[in-house]
Design a protein around this ligand. Structure first.
Ligand code: NAD
Length: 270
């Protein structure tokens, strides 16, 4: 059986911890699963892509280390089952990474299909809400936990569609509320806001938005500047590793932007 070949220097950051990662069959979630296992964690790979999820679980060492569960995050019984599997298979849940995402067509906004909006809502917001809810159910008795949710620069500024922007903004509120309510249980909640990350979801970014991005004062720099490139998913996996580990023990209710300074582009001249 093929196993991961991820070299780790220094201490293992997640030894003895168990994580559920949604959207783990691809992109950011997949890279995070690899990073977490390399740092000693056991992971539940929760996704709707069965073949890719099963394959990743095998590559990460099989049932002793990583298990796949079919989980549509818009369905509460699926989210509950993924969390319950972490307990039955590995004895608990220390890290919940609400990461599954979709980018469905949705602009111009007056043409937004409410069916498509509901689909986005189910995955991006309701899925994360249920992830927080069921993680809290298991983490509270354990009196420990880190809940991480993948937001976006679109949680702070206009993104590629009304639905995506609106729902990603809401994740910041969900996280701040969870951090506040769960603070006395030693459970932390934080978001990560990725900028442009090279993963399959990028193919769904509308052409007009990409053109606007490329015409902006920020994106031309990406072609020439190391610090302004489109990053790989490892950049987000490393941020998730920090928020999952005890290195961030005093960090809760925060958003960690990993965007190569995308949100700091200058405004119009005075
Ligand atoms: P990706 O398409 O590679 O991964 C998304 C994963 O979510 C896929 O494995 C997919 O199967 C899974 N998924 C979709 N619907 C699901 C559902 N109903 N239930 C369970 N899993 C489901 O893209 P990615 O870039 O890795 O996206 C991960 C997260 O990062 C998303 O929340 C996305 O919005 C966010 N994000 C990505 C970028 C970027 O530039 N790639 C930027 C900002 C935020």
């Amino acid at each position: 059986m093929a196993t991961i070949a991820r070299a780790v220097t220094g201490a293992l950051r997640l030894q003895g911890k168990v994580a559920v990662i949604t959207g783990a069959a691809s992109g950011i979630g997949e890279e995070t699963a690899k990073t977490f296992v390399a740092h000693g964690a056991k992971v539940i790979i929760a996704d709707i892509q069965d073949a890719a999820g099963e394959k990743l679980a095998r590559e990460l060492g099989g049932p002793d280390t990583a298990r796949f569960i079919h989980c549509d995050v818009s369905q509460e019984e699926d989210v509950a089952a993924a969390v319950d599997l972490s307990v039955s298979a590995y004895g608990g849940l220390h890290v919940m990474f609400n990461n599954a995402g979709v980018l469905v067509p949705g602009c111009p906004l007056e043409e937004t299909s409410m069916v498509e909006f509901d689909r986005s809502y189910g995955v991006l917001l309701k899925g994360a809400v249920m992830g927080v809810k069921h993680a809290a159910r298991v983490m509270k008795p354990m009196q420990t936990g880190s809940i991480i949710t993948t937001a976006s620069v679109a949680a702070h500024i206009a993104g590629p569609s009304m639905a995506y922007t609106t729902l990603k903004h809401a994740l910041l509120g969900l996280t701040r509320y969870a951090a506040w309510e769960l603070r006395d249980f030693n459970i932390r909640a934080n978001t990560i806001s990725p900028g442009a990350i090279c993963t399959p979801i990028m193919k769904d970014v509308p052409k007009f938005f990409l053109e606007q991005m490329q015409a902006s004062s920020f994106f031309p720099k990406m072609k020439t500047s190391v610090s302004h490139k489109i990053a790989g998913p490892d950049s987000i996996a490393n941020a998730a590793l920090f928020l999952a580990s005890d290195d961030s023990a005093y960090v809760s209710g925060e958003d960690l932007a990993v965007d190569g300074s995308h949100m700091l582009q200058p405004g119009d001249p005075l």
